[in-house]
Design a protein. Structure first.
Length: 94
């Protein structure tokens, strides 16, 4: 991102976890499945591979266990990119 002269604020949400209110605002009306890390160990342990959680259940679990939150999350000019995608980053930082 720095190659594109993009200003970035980095938040390590393992050290500075999101609150339920913050995640609720961030996710908004988007499908919760866009934000869930299917690679997280607790994803399978919770049985979410068989039955996806409700948005409320997933947000509460993500606050408790940040590994469930797909990362990184890039926010710029109201647009959100979730997960690693160099092409999406380049498009946003242009």
């Amino acid at each position: 991102m720095l190659d594109h002269d993009a200003d970035a604020v980095v938040r390590d949400f393992f050290k500075e976890p999101f609150s339920i209110a913050e995640l609720t605002r961030l996710i908004g009306s988007r499908p919760i499945t866009e934000f869930i890390s299917t690679r997280a160990k607790s994803f399978v342990e919770r049985g979410w591979d068989r039955k996806p959680p409700s948005k409320k259940e997933a947000i509460a679990a993500m606050v408790e266990d940040p590994t469930l939150l797909k990362r990184p999350i890039l926010i710029k000019n109201g647009k959100i990119t979730i997960g690693f995608s160099m092409s999406a980053y380049e498009a946003m930082t242009g």
